[in-house]
Write a protein that binds this ligand. Structure first.
Ligand code: PLP
Length: 284
């Protein structure tokens, strides 16, 4: 696997990080994951836009988008990946002493990008839907930032794994569903598509956004009203979205069956894949 660390192309296994790096010490950094289809990053503009927003919200300065895009092109030209993913992380760098407050004067940000193969998801998750479980959201109050600080997500994902479920649906203190540990959540009631509103409590998913655009093109109405766990379990259809999984139907929630993938979910999954095909049909 190939990586580009601070502009240096090298095998991923050869990358080295200082033990004083603030990502390592404090989780003080941000990241992005984009999907590579036939070696081409889908929704790259949207991912880099979100990265810029994350950096701004973190008060991290000194990142240059044009330089990053050039480095990414060099990495892809060299690694020649097929399908897979592109991971990128930027931390607040490695000052000479460990102090909580931002380094002053600032030190160079540390940038890592690499391409990696994607482990395929079980096909039956798409044909019959996946199992999810609900879990209290114990994360911090800035979940719209794609921070590398992911302990709340990690705990929830592990909780799901231990129960044989594919994903954990995070529930706020008011009992409303927000998103998954690494996915956004959608539901369908009486033909109307629902999803949590964009607040500081969820990640503005690139796939979520594309699915909402597709829904609007197809004349599907969307409702952003908060939804309780009980109401979610009564919905006609439920699905999750993310860069690496696209649109995945949910079959059961906490062991209670929602049902086989429904018509709106299947339609959006097909349309999403058509959108990828359209992207691939445009010359690079
Ligand atoms: C908490 C969370 N929500 C949603 C998503 C989906 O975002 P995207 O569609 O941009 O992959 C992710 C992806 O990593 C995530 O970690």
């Amino acid at each position: 696997m190939w990586a580009m660390q601070d502009g240096n192309l090298m095998p991923l296994a050869d990358c080295k990080v200082s033990v004083l790096d603030r990502g390592y010490l404090f989780g003080d950094g941000v990241y992005e994951v984009a999907r590579l289809y036939r070696g081409r990053p889908y929704l790259l503009t949207e991912h880099l836009d979100r990265l810029e927003r994350s950096l701004e919200a973190m008060g991290m300065v000194g990142w240059n988008r044009r330089v990053c895009e050039t480095r990414l092109r060099q990495l892809l030209d060299h690694a020649k990946p097929d399908s897979g993913l592109f991971y990128m992380q930027i931390t607040r760098g490695a000052p000479s002493v460990r102090k909580h407050a931002f380094p002053s004067p600032a030190v160079d940000l540390a940038e890592l990008m690499y391409v990696a193969p994607l482990a395929p998801h079980p096909e039956e998750n798409y044909t019959h839907g996946c199992a999810v479980v609900t879990h209290e959201d114990i994360r911090w109050g800035r979940c719209h930032i794609k921070s590398i600080n992911l302990l709340g997500n990690v705990f929830a994902a592990q909780y799901a794994k231990q129960r044989g479920a594919y994903e954990a649906v995070l529930v706020n203190k008011a009992g409303r569903v927000l998103e998954g540990s690494h996915t956004n959540l959608f539901w369908v009631r009486n033909g109307v598509l629902g999803t949590a509103p964009l607040t500081e409590n969820i990640l503005p998913g690139t796939t979520r956004d594309r699915v909402l655009s597709i829904a609007s093109q197809q004349g599907i109405a969307v409702d952003y009203s908060p939804l309780s766990v009980e109401a979610l379990k009564e919905c006609d259809e439920v699905f999750i979205t993310a860069t690496t999984i696209e649109v995945m139907p949910v079959r059961s929630i906490d062991g209670e069956v929602v049902g086989e993938p429904g018509p709106v979910t299947n339609r959006l999954l097909r349309a999403y894949r058509d959108d990828v095909d359209r992207f691939l049909s445009i010359p690079a």
